[in-house]
Design a protein around this ligand. Structure first.
Ligand SMILES: NC(=O)c1ccc[n+]([C@@H]2O[C@H](COP(=O)([O-])OP(=O)(O)OC[C@H]3O[C@@H](n4cnc5c(N)ncnc54)[C@H](OP(=O)(O)O)[C@@H]3O)[C@@H](O)[C@H]2O)c1
Length: 208
């Protein structure tokens, strides 16, 4: 039976994950619940069959895998709000920047498999580079989480102590690449191309 997935925090990353999982057919839309306080922005996902709600506790209760996709400063309040719903069936995955697995464990105070994943913005087009660290997980649980993120791009397992380095290389790397492309476009304009042509040459050259 396929796992039920709760995405706590339906913002840029949370919705990109939900969209990617549906598009890749990793799971059915009806197996996904996405939460946020203002659910009016989740109409499109709801239209595809995803359950949208502002009730984090209910979402966690009815799920097997919980993906935490909120801002770092919200972690303590949000996790404290649903932690009593966590049972032995649950796998927890945090994509929150800068929050350690041990920080989450100290809030939940239960021994559960906890993954920390660092995707990048290309997750919106299923081309993310996602680095994953883990504690307390079985091989089957690790394979499941790797398979999930593999539908959203490439995946590598890393030691959690390298997560900051992974953020610089993989997540900030997208911004560095965009700076490089912009510089190429500006250079192209300076040497005589119009903006549209310079954009085309720079973008296709990098893609190639
Ligand atoms: N965007 C990326 O590509 C990316 C890549 C790597 C890591 N990250 C990390 O991923 C996390 C999310 O990033 P993001 O860009 O998706 O931020 P975001 O767009 O601001 O999404 C955060 C979402 O959390 C929701 N939220 C706030 N309080 C909540 C609560 N009590 N219960 C449920 N949902 C709640 C917010 O909606 P409401 O205010 O309506 O509740 C918002 O939609 C951050 O920690 C970020 O560092 C992001």
């Amino acid at each position: 039976m396929s796992k039920k997935i709760a995405i706590i925090g339906g913002g840029n990353l949370g919705t990109a994950i939900a969209e990617g999982l549906i598009k890749s057919k990793f799971c059915k839309a009806t197996d996904i619940t996405v939460t946020k306080r203002n659910i009016t922005t989740l109409k499109e996902l709801a239209g595809k069959g995803v359950t949208v709600t502002c009730d984090n506790a209910a979402a966690v209760r009815s799920s097997d895998l919980v993906i935490l996709a909120i801002k770092p400063f919200q972690v303590s309040d949000v996790v404290n709000g649903f932690k009593k719903e966590l049972t032995a069936k649950h796998i927890l995955v945090s994509v929150v920047t800068g929050v350690l697995i041990s920080d989450i464990e100290s809030i939940i105070k239960k021994k559960l498999p906890v993954f920390r994943a660092m995707p990048n913005t290309a997750i919106a087009i299923q081309e993310s580079m996602t680095c994953i660290g883990v504690t307390n997980a079985s091989e089957a649980q690790t394979t499941y989480v790797k398979d999930l993120f593999s539908t959203l791009g490439k995946v590598t397992m890393i030691d959690e102590k390298l997560m900051d380095a992974a953020t610089v290389l993989g997540a900030c790397g997208t911004a560095f690449a965009m700076r490089y492309i912009r510089a190429n476009i500006q250079g192209g304009i300076e040497i005589g191309f119009d903006a549209v042509t310079a954009n085309l040459i720079a973008a296709q050259t990098v893609k190639g």
